[in-house]
Write a protein that binds this ligand. Structure first.
Ligand code: ZN
Length: 175
């Protein structure tokens, strides 16, 4: 954002509350705080597999979670189920809240849910295609919704327990 949405004067960089902001110094004093936007994301399980989808704007090999913005007055739970319905045509049921994940590159905070879905897949215009992956075959990615999927798979496949046992065994400095 470069110009004030209230009066169209140029915004100036200032520091407020310990963070860089943009303020309408010349005229009305409007502050662009730059707070993160909430986004909801679904790890969709369908027919016992993980459903990942490719957005029409993405390269051939990019598949990711179903995501979307919230509508006014919607809870994240309502929003994530609506997105699953809109984008995949599936009826979803929330099984677990996976966690909140920051996505600094997009200035977003992502609320991630594990959603079990049923019905017949009908993609909307945002999606080019989808693929079903066995849990062991999912390769996660380092940013955006990738860390949430990795954490969920680690728990699901028992990877977290395994690493904790190894840590405990190598401590070995008890009296
Ligand atoms: Zn202004």
């Amino acid at each position: 954002m470069r110009f004030c949405p209230m009066c169209s004067a140029a915004l100036e960089p200032v520091e407020l509350g310990g963070y860089p902001r943009l303020r309408c110094e010349a005229q009305c004093g409007f502050v662009h705080w730059g707070n993160p936007t909430p986004v909801v994301a679904a790890i969709v399980e369908y027919e016992g597999k993980v459903l990942l989808a490719r957005n029409v704007a993405w390269p051939e090999k990019w598949y990711a979670l179903i995501t979307g913005f919230l509508e006014r007055e919607e809870t994240p739970e309502q929003g994530v189920l609506r997105e699953v319905q809109e984008e995949l045509g599936l009826d979803g049921r929330i099984r677990e809240f996976v966690g909140h994940y920051t996505f600094p590159e997009q200035n977003q905070i992502i609320c991630v849910y594990h959603v079990e879905a049923a019905g017949e897949v009908v993609l909307n215009e945002e999606l080019a295609e989808y693929r079903l992956f066995a849990h062991e075959d999912v390769r996660t990615w380092p940013r955006g919704t990738g860390p949430a999927l990795r954490d969920w798979l680690d728990r699901k496949l028992g990877r977290v327990d395994a690493s904790m046992r190894i840590d405990g065994a190598t401590t070995g400095d008890e009296p």
